[in-house]
Design a protein around this ligand. Structure first.
Ligand code: ATP
Length: 206
């Protein structure tokens, strides 16, 4: 096979990127790698990176670029001969540059969700901490609202720089909306023009 497909999904906390990524990975057969998942795994296992990352995540801050690239790039190294989809990485310009030095990305999807929608989703999520996320455990609702607000402020500047860089490379596709189910058909259509969906792959191989 001549080429592997390399893509990423970006979006602020609460944007539904995990749901979108799972649908893309299942429909198009991409290996799915989530930075949040690897961070939580490291935190649970008390690895050096996990212990460090936890101190940033708990404050609603981004984990330093070096920690992230050291965590994510070796995972990609193991997937050299695969098509993949990244969830939550790269999240800053520096991370994108480190990734770019090794791999050419084909497409980046950015989820543009109104602030009000994100706020509602996150306050629900954090009041009922069933998601298992580290930063929502043990908080009471008022503290959570403050953390949520700070998190947007702290994380949005770096994503702005990243988005303009990806836009200038011509690989950025932005999708806006308040419901994942309504955004999904547009993403599905776009990807169908770039990769063969799994159902059609198996039909053609028959
Ligand atoms: P959602 O799952 O709703 O998209 P989220 O972005 O907060 O929300 P994760 O992607 O699971 O969830 O990340 C959890 C936290 O881990 C982030 O808030 C951030 O602090 C940290 N994090 C994840 N990916 C990165 C990254 N690439 N660079 C720096 N920090 C990261």
């Amino acid at each position: 096979m001549a080429k592997f497909f390399r893509a990423a999904v970006l979006g602020p906390p609460g944007s539904g990127k995990g749901t979108i990524c799972k649908r893309i990975a299942e429909s198009f057969g991409l290996q799915y790698l989530s930075s949040g998942h690897f961070l939580r795994e490291g935190i649970a296992a008390n690895t050096e990176a996990g212990v460090l990352a936890k101190t940033y995540i708990e404050r609603g801050m981004l984990v330093p670029d070096q920690v992230m690239t050291r965590l994510m790039l070796p995972k990609l190294e193991q997937l050299k001969n695969h098509s993949w989809l990244l969830d939550g990485f790269p999240r800053t310009l520096a991370q994108a540059q480190a990734l770019n030095n090794l791999y050419q990305m084909d497409l980046v999807i950015s989820l543009n969700i109104p602030y009000e929608t994100l706020r509602e989703r996150l306050s629900d999520r954090w009041i009922h901490p069933a998601s298992g996320r580290v930063y929502n455990m043990g908080f009471n609702p008022p503290r959570v609202q403050v953390l949520g607000h700070l998190k947007f402020q702290k994380q949005s500047i770096s994503s702005g720089l990243l988005l303009s860089d990806l836009r200038s490379q011509g690989i950025l596709h932005s999708f806006s909306g308040t419901e994942t189910d309504k955004i999904w058909p547009y993403i599905n259509t776009l990807l169908s023009t770039k990769i063969l969906p799994l159902s059609r792959c198996s039909m053609t191989s028959l």
